[in-house]
Design a protein around this ligand. Sequence first.
Ligand SMILES: NC(=O)C1=CN([C@@H]2O[C@H](COP(=O)(O)OP(=O)(O)OC[C@H]3O[C@@H](n4cnc5c(N)ncnc54)[C@H](OP(=O)(O)O)[C@@H]3O)[C@@H](O)[C@H]2O)C=CC1
Ligand SMILES: O=C(CO)COP(=O)(O)O
Length: 333
Amino acid sequence: MLIAVLGAGSWGTTLAVLLARKGYAVNLWAHRPEFADQLAAERENRRYLNGVHFPDTLRVFTSLHEAVSPADMVVTAVPSQALRETVEQIRDLPMQGRVIVNVAKGIEMNTGKRMSEVLLETLPGLQISCVAALYGPSHAEEVSKEQPTTVVASSPSVETANRVQEVFHTSMFRVYTNTDIIGVEIAGSVKNIIAIAAGISDGIGYGDNAKAAIITRGLAEMSRLAVSLGGDPVTVSGLAGIGDLVVTCLSRHSRNRYVGEEIGRGRSLDDVVTHMNMVAEGVFTSKAVYDLCRTRGVEMPITQAVYEMLFEGKPVQQAILDLMTREPKKEVY
Ligand SMILES: NC(=O)C1=CN([C@@H]2O[C@H](COP(=O)(O)OP(=O)(O)OC[C@H]3O[C@@H](n4cnc5c(N)ncnc54)[C@H](OP(=O)(O)O)[C@@H]3O)[C@@H](O)[C@H]2O)C=CC1
Ligand SMILES: O=C(CO)COP(=O)(O)O
């Protein structure tokens, strides 16, 4: 069994190391050749995951074709907005017999597509039954130190979900299965937007009441969008939904929460993002989901507020006032 991991950021590197520690042969691909050379020479990823040594079965590649050609399983761990351009480069490779496991959490801007839809559109011959999403509350910083973590392997095919579970499961990385890939992908993507809102609340100095409100009402938005796209509302109460929402809204490791916190303190989005080392998916996904929910007529007021603050220059205090003074509602509608 050989596994290719595309993307040598903190998450791709962590998963490549986890799989190699399990004894699998792993081909880790990095898109910048000079960075790939550095990883190969130093046998660790000092930029994104300092101090985590690469096991011997992990090899670093600069060529996508060479990394993917011999692979039985391909893990896509590039930022969501770069997934299409990455897999387009291997569209000539046969996909039959391979499982593709996407771990990037986001919705594509301009198309509003989930990552599994992007994969199916881009890779000829790929069947949805061979696609899985591995999502859940899983910061790389903790997984790489083998701290207890739970995630969900989701695929419409039970067989594929079981295969992904078997490959990734370890005594400290517990993998559950699920067949609702729509619900899982929507939950795992929307949580990043809600985390920005939670961060803004932190940045302003609001307390636990506000944070609990954002998490709970964010969950309601996530659920409405998932259902409108054909997902199961039960999924949002699982690891990809409430699980990841809690970790992202509360954690000191969260990039999305950090972006929000800095905006809440008064910095501009451009300033925060240009000085960040890592990707905050919720920024792009807030734009994609804002467009999606308007097209589908799904009410997502926190998402709308985040979009307006990030992209339309709405002042933070105004956005909060607008949210709090909306027409009173039933809790479930
Ligand atoms: N970090 C985590 O704890 C977790 C992350 N995820 C998800 O995994 C995905 C990857 O995140 P993560 O590893 O944290 O990201 P990081 O910010 O740690 O790293 C981003 C990586 O993507 C690479 N990259 C940037 N642009 C492109 C491109 N156009 N084509 C190919 N590669 C590119 C970067 O390379 P370079 O530096 O050379 O530009 C870098 O290797 C995201 O969707 C994230 O939501 C999911 C669960 C946990
Ligand atoms: O998805 C993640 C953890 O499950 C990572 O995203 P954040 O860094 O924003 O929390």
